[in-house]
Design a protein around this ligand. Structure first.
Ligand SMILES: Nc1ncnc2c1ncn2[C@@H]1O[C@H](COP(=O)(O)OP(=O)(O)OP(=O)(O)O)[C@@H](O)[C@H]1O
Ligand SMILES: Nc1ccn([C@H]2C[C@H](O)[C@@H](COP(=O)(O)O)O2)c(=O)n1
Length: 230
């Protein structure tokens, strides 16, 4: 099978900063597949909550605000489109204010139901798609063609994130590491759809792998899965 003949779904789940987005985009480009960043959807929902002046820990109010928000994301690997009620929030969703609040918003079951429905509709419209998040292999697409759970040592993740943001001091890296730990803990311990590998996921530890090596591994898994099925 050539890479471009892939039809199906590749899921990439894992903790924060393991390389899901960068790997998923590159895999989608190699496979000629659509790309869905579900974290961006929870981040967009968080923008709506913050703009409504609602406490992210107030589950009822959060659910009400998100139910009334129009959240739209693109599915092209080479461009990012994220809008809330027609406003472009692609840059804002990556800011510290949203990052601090997103775990609480994404733990609200009604928010998850709404966004999972939307994610499944977007996936259904694509012949081939790479989807990244926390619960894609376990909840959103339990019958996906290939499931990958990406991990990396916490120190490597903090260093990579620091390099990405241009932060250099030990204090800055320590702060990033603490934020990653806090989000992992929150995302893994919530009652609804906690972060965990699906039973049939292939675990890929990227601590000692370059990004391209991880991409090669995932593309190879996609190719093998289709060959085994055909
Ligand atoms: N194997 C790798 N080796 C070195 N750096 C990497 C590797 N994979 C990804 N990176 C870099 O690590 C940083 C974090 O990656 P990325 O944003 O893709 O992670 P993520 O899992 O999507 O994070 P989050 O869940 O917080 O959105 C980026 O700068 C990316 O280029
Ligand atoms: N399928 C998903 C995707 C994301 N989340 C939550 C948990 C994360 O902390 C947050 C932001 O995701 P990121 O952009 O860092 O990948 O959104 C989730 O619960 N389920």
């Amino acid at each position: 099978m050539s890479e471009r003949e892939f039809h199906g779904q590749v899921t990439l789940d894992g903790p924060s900063g393991t390389g899901k987005s960068s790997v998923a985009r590159a895999v989608a480009a190699r496979l000629g597949a659509a790309y869905l960043d579900t974290g961006a959807m929870y981040r967009a929902a968080t923008v709506a909550v913050l703009d409504a002046g609602v406490d992210p820990e107030d589950a009822e109010a959060v659910a009400r605000v998100v139910a009334g928000a129009r959240i739209e994301v693109g599915t092209h690997a080479d461009t990012e489109r994220v809008e809330v009620d027609g406003t472009d929030v692609a840059v804002r969703i990556r800011g510290a204010e949203v990052t601090r609040a997103v775990s609480a918003v994404s733990a609200v079951p009604a928010v998850r139901r709404q966004l999972v429905d939307q994610q499944r509709s977007l996936v259904a419209a694509a012949d081939a798609v790479v989807v990244e998040g926390r619960d894609i292999g376990t909840v959103v697409l339990p019958d996906a063609t290939v499931k990958v759970y990406l991990t990396a040592a916490p120190e490597a993740r903090a260093q990579r994130r620091a390099a990405q943001l241009g932060l250099t001091t030990a204090d800055e890296v320590a702060e990033l590491a603490a934020d990653l730990r806090r989000r992992d803990e929150y995302d893994s311990s919530r009652a609804d759809s906690p972060l965990r590998p699906a039973a049939d996921a292939v675990v890929v530890d990227s601590t000692d792998l370059g990004r391209e090596q991880v991409v090669d591994r995932v593309v190879e898994l996609a190719r093998s899965a289709v060959e085994v099925r055909s």
